[in-house]
Write a protein that binds this ligand. Structure first.
Ligand SMILES: [Zn+2]
Length: 157
């Protein structure tokens, strides 16, 4: 059975080196709203990554895509001073769709485009990047693109 913690540690090791020292606690939940997984910052340097029981029915590639998406959330939130967390949460609520697509772009830039395509073939939401958008980003070689600035300037174009 797929274990989010094992998968997550491997993804961090291979593709999110900035998160090697970030504390991420993985917890299993019966249900998480209408999501497979979600993530919450619990202190300046630690995050709680909730994994729903339903995510276990995902094929491996989609499951990996889901964890990579959540780790992309962590990468962004970690860069926001904890003092501004409430502000960020409000911002997130107002721009959820745009933000989720931004998070997807990060996961694609780290090499998880094909995983996102399998994830969204299981459960597509209008918030997500479409398979065509993901393929476009991937073929434009954003895979190894490094972030050039702290926050939103780092959207791969
Ligand atoms: Zn998300």
């Amino acid at each position: 059975m797929l274990n989010a913690q094992v998968v997550g540690r491997q993804i961090v090791e291979e593709s999110f080196p900035e998160l090697r020292k970030t504390k991420i606690v993985y917890v299993n939940r019966q249900r998480i709203g209408n999501c497979f997984m979600d993530v919450e910052r619990t202190s300046p340097g630690s995050f709680l990554l909730r994994v729903s029981k339903e995510s276990r029915r995902l094929p491996e590639s989609a499951f990996i895509g889901c964890v990579a998406h959540e780790l992309s959330h962590v990468l962004i939130e970690k860069r926001i001073p904890y003092l501004f967390q409430d502000l960020f949460d409000n911002f997130y609520e107002s721009f959820e769709d745009e933000f989720e697509r931004f998070v997807d772009r990060i996961a694609v830039s780290r090499g998880y485009g094909s995983n996102l395509i399998s994830l969204y073939s299981e459960s597509y939401s209008p918030q997500s990047l479409s398979p065509e958008e993901i393929t476009n980003l991937t073929t434009r070689k954003v895979k190894n693109m490094e972030f050039k600035c702290v926050l939103f300037g780092c959207i791969p174009k």
